[in-house]
Design a protein around this ligand. Structure first.
Ligand SMILES: O=C(O)CCC(=O)C(=O)O
Ligand SMILES: [Fe+2]
Length: 340
């Protein structure tokens, strides 16, 4: 079905961040109604759009142009930084989601705790692997690092607002991201694929594994979120961030928050580009339901999940077509919990 035939944005909340993110207000506690809107959106849709977030449009534009320039490189130049089974960073055009080959190409790089040092320096060790960059495009790394820094800043602010909304101190959830978060940025390019089967997808339905995703889509519609059995288009809004709950936030909130299934339609008339910042815990952290009143239930619905174990199992499934992808349901302990 073409994007135009889908229900449009019904209910995916649009939240104004000007009172806690825009210039001058960047450290402020948002008004209670904004906190409530964020918690409600995370609990119902698992998705919301954030406007007036204060990230410079100039940075978004320059980074967008760099992403397009990278994907326009000849294939051998992109493949010069291609990812491998034991290093998930770099270029790829062979991703499987739920055992279906996606109609897209992408590029991943991760947080480096000490960006002044080379990617392969001991200070920047992370079991996800070492960042790789296209040798023929030296300006690509610095612009991506600038963009990444902004995404990290936004994510930590959202984490503070979420903690506040759960009745905690603003920094109460920071420990999940220490000593160093394992966030990564994924650039996605969905080319027009004239010969593709009509039911092929840019990305098959999936949930994001981490805590939160901060996505910037371009003006080509294609992202859909599943709610109550219906796929809803997440309408591109100029300059907005699309935020979605990941599996680890669902576990930490004992199902108060909900990681929604989402997918991307194949691009039928124009290519589509998106950038997804996956805000992910520190690799050794065990994620488990918080024992706080705000998450409602005293009985934990999940066994602790080691983030690195979960992330690496998910990558194995996406890298090669091997079996079923790991899901948080595998760690659920309680029977009879109502599914959304
Ligand atoms: O391209 C998009 O709009 C969404 C991408 C996505 O869901 C992902 O990369 O996990
Ligand atoms: Fe996703």
């Amino acid at each position: 079905m073409a994007p135009a035939d889908q229900p449009v944005l019904e209910g995916v909340p649009v939240i104004d961040a000007s009172q806690f993110l825009a210039q001058g207000n960047a450290g402020m506690r948002p008004p209670q109604d904004v906190i409530d809107q964020i918690v409600d959106a995370c609990s119902s849709w698992g998705f919301f759009q954030l406007v007036n977030h204060g990230v410079s449009q100039q940075l978004l534009d320059v980074h967008y142009a760099a992403m397009k320039q990278f994907f326009a490189l000849p294939l051998p130049e992109k493949e010069a930084c291609k990812r491998s089974k034991d290093n998930s960073m770099g270029y790829f055009n062979d991703e499987f989601t739920k055992q279906k080959l996606d109609l897209k190409e992408g590029f991943d790089f991760r947080h480096t705790p000490n960006p002044q040092q080379p990617d392969d320096h001991a200070d920047n060790y992370d079991p996800q692997g070492v960042n790789r960059w296209p040798p023929s495009y030296p300006d690509f790394k610095p612009i991506n690092q600038r963009y990444f820094t902004e995404m990290s800043r936004i994510s930590f602010r959202l984490l503070e607002v979420i903690a506040t909304g759960l009745g905690l101190q603003p920094t109460a959830l920071h420990g999940l991201f220490e000593p160093s978060h394992t966030s990564f940025l994924r650039l996605n390019h969905y080319p027009v694929t004239p010969g593709a089967a009509p039911d092929s997808l840019g990305i098959s339905p999936h949930k994001d594994a981490g805590f939160l995703t901060v996505l910037v889509q371009d003006d080509v519609a294609g992202l859909q979120v599943l709610r109550e059995g219906v796929w809803h288009l997440v309408q591109p809004l100029p300059g907005a961030f699309t935020i979605n709950v990941g599996d680890m936030a669902q576990v930490a909130t004992n199902d108060k928050f909900f990681a929604s299934n989402h997918r991307v339609l194949q691009s039928s008339s124009r290519p589509r580009y998106s950038r997804a910042f996956f805000f992910n815990p520190s690799h050794s952290v065990d994620i488990q339901p918080l024992q706080v009143e705000a998450v409602g239930d005293k009985v934990p619905h999940y066994r602790p999940i080691n983030w690195w174990e979960f992330r690496s199992k998910r990558y194995e499934g996406d890298y090669a077509n091997v079996g079923e992808e790991v899901q948080i349901e595998w760690y659920r302990v309680e029977e009879g919990v109502e599914a959304h």
